[in-house]
Design a protein around this ligand. Structure first.
Ligand SMILES: [Zn+2]
Length: 276
């Protein structure tokens, strides 16, 4: 099974790397009861609330940018296939020059270190939004056991790349043609990224959508992992509106394969449209 989807944006190459997949329980979502979830799944011809874990590569002439690194072994044997996806994309971990984390949740960062805590990408400069860095390094914000584990993992990743972590703000340039796209709410500094070259553009809207069957059709539906649900909901609506209005090629951290699509308005929400 292929784990990658490729497209080009002007002179740049964009490749999605699907680390794995997972099924969410209905209780992971708010603003939707079981009846509505069942109806939305039927409309999307799916039997369960499916999600993917996607990382991305952007290649320009002399830089290889990796965005996110997957959950490694944290979520069982349906995930942890980033190394296979990189192999399929013919990229060696040592080739990665830039590593951008959309945010510091475990499913986006664990794959950047080995279980022993060593950096997987020996030559990468790491980019993190300053707001997310501030949030994840503040021990006072993490009081229960599972959130403390997430906090510790974020610290372990930052530690593994110590001395080469760059904190960025706003629509900062990450590498040639690649800029951060701030999308606050899921976490304080949560972001996606844009790839622009001439009049060609691609937007990765991060984690504004965890379950496309539900949240594209009804963007009011939230996932319980949103740190600020109200801000995240407003951000989701703004991001999806931008993608549809500007007819952008787009993807996200949890979009199902083929992962690189366009979006069209449908009812009170959106549905996917062919991206190539
Ligand atoms: Zn995520």
């Amino acid at each position: 099974m292929s784990r990658i989807t490729k497209t080009t944006v002007g002179e740049l190459e964009v490749i999605s790397l699907t680390d794995g997949d997972f099924i969410f329980g209905n209780e992971m979502f708010s603003n939707a009861d079981d009846t509505e979830i069942a109806a939305l799944l039927a409309q999307d011809e799916r039997e369960a609330v499916e999600t993917n874990f996607n990382a991305f590569l952007v290649k320009n002439k002399d830089q290889t940018v990796l965005i996110d690194a997957g959950p490694r072994d944290l979520f069982g044997d349906t995930c942890g296939f980033l190394p296979d996806a990189l192999l399929e994309a013919e990229v060696d971990p040592a080739d990665v020059t830039h590593l951008f984390f959309t945010h510091l949740h475990p499913d986006h960062i664990a794959g950047a270190i080995t279980p022993e805590g060593a950096a997987v990408f020996p030559n990468a400069q790491v980019f993190v939004s300053e707001l997310d860095h501030r949030f994840w390094t503040d021990a006072s914000l993490f009081t229960d056991e599972s959130s403390q584990q997430w906090h510790q993992l974020a610290l372990a990743v930052l530690n593994a790349y110590a001395g080469r972590v760059e904190l960025i703000n706003g629509e900062a340039l990450i590498a040639g043609g690649v800029t951060m796209l701030p999308l606050p709410g899921h976490t304080p500094g949560h972001a996606g990224f844009r790839v622009d070259d001439g009049n060609h553009s691609f937007a990765q809207v991060g984690d504004v959508v965890h379950a496309q069957s539900l949240q594209l059709a009804n963007p009011e539906i939230s996932v319980i992992f949103d740190v600020d649900r109200e801000v995240a909901r407003a951000t989701r609506k703004r991001a999806l509106d931008m993608v549809a209005t500007d007819e952008l090629l787009f993807s996200g951290g949890h979009i199902m394969r083929p992962t690189i699509m366009r979006l069209e308005r449908y009812g009170d929400g959106y549905r996917l449209a062919d991206g190539q």
